[in-house]
Design a protein around this ligand. Structure first.
Ligand SMILES: C[S@@+](CC[C@H](N)C(=O)[O-])C[C@H]1O[C@@H](n2cnc3c(N)ncnc32)[C@H](O)[C@@H]1O
Length: 266
């Protein structure tokens, strides 16, 4: 893989800044989660199903709230994230709640230097591969950490969304991974006015790139689904048309906003 280290360093700084704002935001509802509320969406809850007694590797776990939600449902979870601030929060949350999840701070691409174990499930969700330049390497890592018969599950925002400008008025970016996308980030999706500034480096991946990376690395696709709404209000210019389902204003019902994949390691 080419040397992307300066991009990853910049992204890490930004995610460290974001974590400080996210953990106290109403968007993430950490207080509710601590009080016992579920924070996972019906999409992954319905599609991944029962995780009781299963070992789960959660890639890009942010500050660990979703990971600990799966742990509450009975999974034995290991969460991984690039941001040291996020992993510090995740470990604190794990301690505060008296849970026994494990959290590792590292780049997904460097995981083999930190972890030597096979899992029943590898999980990742909502804001993941857009920070990863090379999906073949990503899928190779997923495959490496799954037991034979183990399940890979992901739910994420649809590549069509990442083609638009922030206000969803026109196409600004390429559908496929043709170049690094450099954006000047201000604020964050939980608070547009937050005092957060920095350059962000991302990559757009087409559906065929995602699926072929998984297939090439020994994962048999069981389902691929698309959803015409977002379960999160993390984009500008959206409207909640049903409880916890958001559309882009003016594009209601016209574009997919989320996709999910369930695959089995051969
Ligand atoms: C949107 S969040 C994760 C999504 C999760 N649904 C959430 O909101 O809690 C994206 C996470 O990816 C992490 N991340 C970005 N690039 C990464 C990389 N190369 N390796 C590991 N983690 C990375 C960031 O630090 C951040 O915590």
């Amino acid at each position: 893989m080419s040397d992307y280290s300066s991009y990853f360093d910049a992204n890490k700084q930004l995610w460290n800044q974001r974590t400080a704002v996210h953990k106290d935001s109403s968007f993430y509802n950490l207080a509710g989660f601590k009080a016992g509320e579920n924070v996972l969406t019906p999409i992954e809850l319905n599609e991944l199903g029962d995780v009781k007694g299963k070992t789960m590797l959660h890639l890009q776990c942010h500050f660990g709230m979703d990971s600990l939600n799966w742990a509450r449902l009975g999974a034995v979870v290991t969460g991984v994230d690039l941001s040291d601030e996020a992993i510090k929060e995740a470990k604190q949350l794990n301690n505060d709640l008296g849970m026994n999840a494990t959290f590792i701070c590292c780049n997904v691409y460097d995981l083999k230097e930190h972890l030597n174990e096979k899992f029943d499930i590898v999980f990742t969700s909502y804001g993941t591969i857009g920070w990863l330049p090379d999906l073949n390497k990503w899928a190779e890592i997923i495959s490496c950490y799954l037991k034979p018969g183990g399940i890979f599950y992901m739910a994420d925002f649809h590549p069509v969304l990442w083609m638009f400008d922030d206000e969803f008025t026109h196409f600004q970016y390429s559908y496929e991974n043709s170049e690094v996308i450099i954006t000047e980030s201000e604020g964050t999706y939980t608070d547009r006015d937050a005092d957060i500034m920095g350059k962000e480096y991302g990559w757009n991946h087409s559906i065929s790139e995602i699926l072929n990376a998984l297939i090439t690395n020994g994962l048999q696709i069981g389902h691929f689904n698309e959803f015409m709404y977002s379960p999160y209000a993390c984009f500008r210019n959206t409207v909640e048309f049903e409880k916890s389902k958001w559309h882009i204003k003016g594009l209601e019902g016209k574009i997919p906003m989320v996709y999910s994949i369930r695959a089995v390691k051969q």
